[in-house]
Design a protein around this ligand. Structure first.
Ligand code: NI
Length: 186
């Protein structure tokens, strides 16, 4: 028996997308602006949330799922479903950074098992278009300020390993190149 409702639910179900990892050259590409919000984009946004929650992570840029467009999703709320605070930003831009700095040990879903202590401004004013096409501006602080700067870096081809010394960065890249070739990491 075919249950039509169930079938529709299946067709529209969200999907966990594969996340690209170092040394995929797409991670170094500058993402292109989003020009219109259509059904395909709405679907991508839903799938990116599903992918981020599944990972789990607090932020994900479209380029990390192989789509080099200026779109990020974030959620710095709690881990339980009723504590979620999903945020979608299309074409996000940092308008202002605060004077104070905040140190945070950052990880990146595209650089598994690497954590790097990074100091960034602790407050950031961000302007973006939401998924309904409205321009919004928010003052981010704490973890959200850190996460939004991290994700906007992705849109510009920048990664957390860029904050390391050249020697340490080369070591991380070499390890991921070996892994990609199926060789054991040293
Ligand atoms: Ni990242």
């Amino acid at each position: 028996m075919i249950d039509r409702n169930r079938r529709l639910a299946y067709v529209t179900a969200m999907a966990v997308l594969p996340i690209i990892v170092l040394p995929d050259p797409l991670l170094r590409k500058t993402s292109a602006p989003i020009e219109r919000v259509d059904e395909k984009l709405q679907r991508l946004i839903d799938d990116m949330f599903e992918t981020m929650y599944d990972a789990p992570g607090v932020g994900l840029a479209a380029v990390q799922v192989g789509v080099p467009r200026r779109l990020i999703v974030l959620d710095v709320g709690g881990e339980k479903e009723d504590e979620r605070r999903p945020l979608v930003m299309l074409n996000p831009e940092i308008v202002r950074l605060g004077p104070e700095l905040r140190m945070h040990e950052e990880g990146c879903l595209s650089i598994p098992d690497v954590r790097i202590e990074i100091e960034r401004p602790s407050t950031a004013t961000v302007r973006f278009t939401d998924r309904d096409g409205n321009v919004q501006e928010i003052d981010a602080e704490g973890l959200l300020a850190t996460a939004v700067q991290h994700e906007i870096d992705h849109l510009n081809g920048k990664l957390i390993i860029d904050k390391l010394s050249r020697l340490k960065r080369d070591m991380v890249v070499r390890r991921f190149k070996k892994q990609a070739k199926g060789e054991p990491a040293d």
